[in-house]
Every structure is written in structure tokens, then in C-alpha cells.
Design a protein around this ligand. Structure first.
Ligand code: ZN
Length: 314
């Protein structure tokens, strides 16, 4: 247990952007800092962020870092992180510990978000949950009996790489037809483009007017009542729901929390997800599961990784 008044720092890395938060022992945010970060100066920049936050509230016990990548936290080892140079990945934990002077925990971003939502967001009140992060990629995390369950070597919950379409496109993981190839933000854009190209009636959609549209634009057009965009969001919901049904059948889990940028479409995507889960999951499992949207947005990962650092404190 930590003493009252002890605080923790959590930082999430997303592309070139770092979001840092100083949180108290209950997971409440006391301060936030956002910074651009470069791979060349990664460690000194993070140390500087930590120093700024420690100046504001001195009593900081640990530092947590969430990254998009594979992390074996038991061994304090980053196994793969696409955005970081390989010499940094080798000994990131050691370098950060030396530069910051605090105990350091590194965790995968989906696991960190899951833990943040579990402790301070849409998971509060549950003991068992599955978290799915649907954004530029699709990640997932499992919390069982109040603890993050990371699997034999730290990589449990990779729901983005379950097969949805055996004839589908090749995925970054080497498999074909993964959930990520049809329901991540870039794949929504790709499917929308293909459809606009093929079908002359759908070119009446306002999306056809903007060649560089993003998944956010699809959600925005759907919110404004654009039929084509609505159909694309609904289709995406069906794919996600198919994945969620698999998770529910496997785990008979109490709560599913859905986060990430694609969920910004709100009820327009949540409702088709729930309908598809109902259609596909074993009914008794479906009835025992609450499916809800995440609550903490971009604060979930910094809060979660700060609390993971708290909970591994001796
Ligand atoms: Zn894959």
C-alpha cells in the first residue's frame, strides 16, 4: 500500500505525441502536460516531463510509460515498438530508470488504457472486464479478478488479430483477414474509398468531395445523416461486434469496454456493435455482459499506467 499524499506519473506515447499526467493514489489527475517527442531525444524528453511534474508536487513514487508495442513487464523488457529505434528498445527500462531516478513501469498502451478505465472510468464496479481499443490499430486487454492478465509472456488480448475473414487482406501481423484489417480507422477509410470508387450512387456522399477524408470525417458525415457514411459505420460496427462476440463466448466476461478514436462515433457505432454481438454470441453469455463505451478518452492510458506503477510499488 502507498501512503496518502503519494503521487504517480503516467505518460502515454502516441506517434510523436506524449501525454503526461500526475495522478494521486486514487487515479485522479492533478496535472497534465502534453509534449511533442522525438525518437532521438526520447529519454531526456521524458525525464524533462517528469521533472516538470515533480516540481509541482514533490511526493512522486513511481513513473509509468505506455507505448504502442509489445512489452513483457515481468521482465521489464520492450519486445517490439515500431516507432522507437532498436537501440532504445533494447534497454528502455534501464535508461529511463537512470534518467528519471524513480521506479519505472512500461506497459503496452491498450493494457494501460484498460487499467485506467477499470480503476477510474467505465470499468468501475466490475471485477472482470475486456477492453478493446479501436483506433489506428486494434488492441485489447483482459482484466480478471481485478488484475491485468497479460498472458504467458505479456501479449494477451491481441483481439485485433483474430481472424474475421479467412479470404481477407494481409495484416501487419502476417495473418490475413484480421479484425484490424476491416475495423481500424485506416481500414474504414480504405473500405469507404473502395466503395466510392465502385458505386456511382455512393459518390453522391459528401465524403466523395473530400479525397483526403479520415475515419473521423466518416463519423462526422454519419452524424450529419449522410447515408453512405452511416452504412460504413454500421458495417464497421458489425465487424467489431463479431470480434466482441468471440471474446464473450470465450470469457463469459462481466463487462466489455470499447475505447479508441473509432468509438467517437458514439451510439452510431455502439448500437450496431451490440446488435451484432446479440446475433452471434452464445445468448447466456451475451445476457451476462454489459457492453459500454470508454469514459476517459486520452486520459485512460496515462492514468492506467500511473496506477500500474502504483500497484507494483513495494
Ligand atoms: Zn493481424
Amino acid at each position: 500500500m502507498t501512503t496518502p499524499g503519494t503521487n504517480f506519473i503516467g505518460v502515454n506515447i502516441s506517434g510523436p505525441h506524449a501525454r503526461a499526467a500526475l495522478v494521486d493514489s486514487e487515479g485522479r489527475i492533478l496535472e497534465r502536460r502534453d509534449a511533442d517527442i522525438t525518437p532521438e531525444n526520447f529519454v531526456p524528453q521524458l525525464a524533462e516531463l517528469a521533472a516538470q511534474l515533480r516540481k509541482l508536487h514533490g511526493n512522486v513514487a513511481a513513473f509509468g510509460l505506455a507505448i504502442p508495442g509489445l512489452v513483457n513487464r515481468k521482465a521489464d523488457r520492450v519486445v517490439a515498438a515500431r516507432d522507437l529505434p532498436s537501440n532504445l528498445v533494447e534497454d528502455l527500462h534501464g535508461q529511463l530508470t537512470r534518467a528519471i531516478g524513480l521506479r519505472v513501469e512500461i506497459e503496452n498502451d491498450a493494457n494501460a488504457e484498460a487499467y485506467g478505465e477499470f480503476k477510474a472510468g467505465a470499468g468501475v464496479g466490475s471485477r472482470n472486464l475486456f477492453y478493446m481499443m479501436i483506433g489506428n490499430g486494434i488492441g485489447g486487454a483482459i482484466i480478471l479478478d481485478g488484475k491485468l492478465w497479460t498472458g504467458a509472456s505479456g501479449f494477451a488480448g491481441e483481439v485485433g488479430h483474430i481472424t474475421i475473414d479467412t479470404e481477407g487482406l494481409e495484416c501487419v501481423c502476417g495473418n490475413t483477414g484480421c479484425l484490424e484489417t476491416v475495423a481500424s480507422a485506416p481500414s474504414i477509410v480504405r473500405r469507404a474509398r473502395e466503395r466510392l470508387h465502385r458505386d456511382s450512387t455512393s459518390s453522391l456522399s459528401r465524403l466523395g468531395l473530400n479525397k483526403n477524408f479520415t475515419a473521423d470525417d466518416v463519423a462526422h458525415a454519419a452524424n450529419e445523416g449522410d447515408d453512405f457514411a452511416l452504412m460504413m459505420i454500421e458495417r464497421t460496427g458489425k465487424y467489431i461486434g463479431t470480434g466482441v462476440a468471440t471474446v464473450i463466448n470465450l470469457l463469459n466476461i462481466e463487462r466489455i469496454v470499447l475505447g479508441g478514436g473509432v468509438m467517437d462515433a458514439g451510439a452510431l457505432i455502439l448500437n450496431p456493435i451490440i446488435q451484432e454481438v446479440k446475433r452471434r454470441a452464445f445468448l447466456r453469455c451475451f445476457e451476462a455482459t454489459e457492453i459500454v463505451a470508454a469514459k476517459l478518452g486520452p486520459d485512460a492510458a496515462p492514468i492506467g499506467v500511473a496506477l500500474l506503477a502504483r500497484d507494483t510499488a513495494v
